[in-house]
Design a protein around this ligand. Structure first.
Ligand code: ZN
Length: 189
């Protein structure tokens, strides 16, 4: 089978078709690399400091950003004060569990089918920002991370085609009009 991102995704997650998140991740509009990230995150296979300590790869499980003692998956996307700030600055409540991430109560007026794509884009960029710090010593402000979320979101929202896409944009305009920082004006009605 020739290599493709879709084949890679299918072969990686094939064992997990019973995963309750599988359909939500697969149906989301994020790129394949983010779907693979989602699967690693949701199945706790991400190389967080806690997982690396458990595998004896790291000396400590401390958060690379704030030195809190336990960087696990939930900490990374929600509990770290940096992550919490990214969610709350957009009027969103940070997820309370990993299982809760894709089921998170969406904002009023937002089509619930869109929520997984939004939640995964935010989580992906939090991971991206954490890796920029760890591997390139780049300390992104939370505003920079928000700008990166907006940039990704602006790309994937156009994956919704035809009437579905219009409905999506309509839903977003209702749900996010009060959060123009996260959702650019050109997507609003
Ligand atoms: Zn932290």
């Amino acid at each position: 089978m020739p290599f493709s991102a879709k084949n890679a995704y299918s072969s990686i997650v094939a064992e997990d078709y019973t995963d309750p998140h599988h359909d939500l991740v697969w149906a989301s509009k994020v790129p394949i690399k983010v779907k693979i990230f989602a699967w690693l995150l949701l199945s706790d296979r991400l190389n967080t400091k806690a997982n690396m300590l458990r595998k004896h790869i790291a000396q400590s499980a401390a958060c690379p950003r704030c030195q809190d003692p336990h960087e696990d998956a939930l900490y990374l996307i929600s509990t770290c004060s940096y992550a919490t700030q990214v969610w709350t600055s957009q009027g969103l409540q940070a997820p309370t569990s990993i299982d809760d991430l894709l089921q998170h109560p969406p904002l009023q007026g937002l089509n619930p089918n869109i929520w997984p794509s939004v939640a995964l884009t935010i989580s992906w960029k939090l991971w991206d920002s954490r890796n920029a710090l760890v591997f390139r010593n780049e300390d992104h402000s939370h505003r920079t991370t928000l700008r990166n979320i907006v940039a990704d979101f602006s790309l994937w929202v156009f994956r919704f085609k035809g009437s579905k896409r219009r409905k999506t944009i309509y839903s977003l305009s209702i749900g996010f009009t009060s959060y123009p920082q996260l959702f650019p004006k050109k997507l609003m009605l």
